[in-house]
Design a binder for this molecule. Structure first.
Ligand code: FAD
Length: 306
């Protein structure tokens, strides 16, 4: 059959995982067990976090290089602008492109306490998106087989420094205007947080896909740590359910069930996919995936006739 005669290609929800660069050799070993298990689920991409002000730059580059050379996975490299000069950011983006990275998540990051501001800092994430697009424009030959896909952060609950949810979507619109292709949300705990963000964003004129980021939280300690890191309120209902569970297995079930519920409702609202924050562990992420039963593209990939 010719391409013209064949059925239109079905679209599948995007599936991705977030990993962070390991801090030592033992963590690296266990991360690689996780990576291999996640690779079996054929995600569309895996994202690799980046310490603000470049605190773990080498570890991030090592992980990106290994993902590109030793796996079938496509990495999305996070990059933060705080505490880094334009010149250094340009060099980092250049190194990423030269090393084969084709997806970058452009973030401002949060200034670490021990970091020093630099004079020509890129103040907000939209400026970093523009910088990446500028570097890209000068690398046409290296990018002949595909441009850089640039993602940005979106917030389903108010960013801690933002005056309002409306301001947050104005910022998202500015990131899209600067050249962002898609957004991934910060963790949220209530289904209506995601649908509310999408409604506000669309009425403000944002057209890029907004992928919900969900995280299986399997202990009260982890929930509290995440809330303080992300500057979001601890979800009382989830905290109580985790606190009331009397074994690790039960806590894992509570965390997985809550994540599945969020992901399912986002997909029903038309979410383009699911991004799973993994904490570098595969068990809970795979439990979520099993329960969601997400449709994945056929293993064979492109039909031979193409
Ligand atoms: P911005 O979009 O620059 O926003 C920061 C603040 O400035 C917001 O309050 C916004 O309202 C305001 N603002 C933005 N633009 C303007 C403007 N033009 N005028 C006025 N105000 C403005 N952090 C890391 O350090 N490493 C990571 O790898 C990392 N990965 C992340 C992945 C995801 C999916 C998400 C959602 C967050 C991630 N973060 C990471 C955290 C992120 O760096 C923080 O949330 C940070 O506080 C804001 O980053 P941003 O890119 O959203 O910044």
């Amino acid at each position: 059959t010719s391409v013209k005669d064949s059925e239109p290609s079905p679209t599948y929800p995007a599936l991705s995982y977030e990993l962070y660069p390991p801090r030592n050799a033992a963590a690296e070993d266990s991360l690689w067990t996780t990576i291999r298990r996640l690779e079996d689920t054929r995600p569309d991409f895996v994202s690799v976090t980046y310490g603000a002000a470049g605190s773990n730059r080498d570890a991030a580059f090592t992980l990106l290089r290994r993902l590109l050379t030793e796996t079938t996975l496509k990495p999305l490299a996070h990059l933060t602008s705080v505490g880094t000069s334009r010149e250094d950011l340009t060099e980092i983006v250049d190194r990423m492109i030269g090393g084969g990275v084709r997806g970058i998540l452009a973030l401002r990051g949060d200034m670490p306490e021990d970091a020093h501001p630099v004079p020509d800092e890129v103040e907000h994430a939209d400026g970093l998106v523009r910088l990446i697009r500028d570097v890209e424009a000068g690398r046409t030959a290296q990018l002949a087989a595909g441009r850089i896909s640039v993602g940005v952060a979106a917030y389903a609950t108010r960013h801690p420094e933002s005056p309002s949810l409306e301001h947050d979507v104005e910022v998202l619109l500015a990131k899209e205007a600067a050249g962002a292709d898609f957004a991934i949300t910060q963790v949220f705990f209530t289904p209506s947080d995601y649908s509310g963000l999408v409604t506000r964003a669309r009425s403000a004129g944002v057209t890029i896909p907004i992928i919900p980021g969900v995280m299986p939280l399997t202990s009260t300690r982890r929930l509290e740590k995440l809330s303080s890191l992300a500057g979001i309120d601890v979800d009382d209902a989830l905290w109580s359910r985790l606190d009331g569970a009397d074994s690790d297995a039960e806590r894992r079930r509570v965390g997985v069930d809550a994540t599945v519920e969020l992901a399912r409702s986002a997909l029903e609202e038309g979410a383009p996919g699911i991004h799973l924050y993994t904490f570098n562990e595969h068990e809970a992420a795979l439990d979520v995936l099993d329960a969601l039963d997400l449709e994945r593209p056929p293993l064979a990939g492109l039909p031979a006739s193409l």
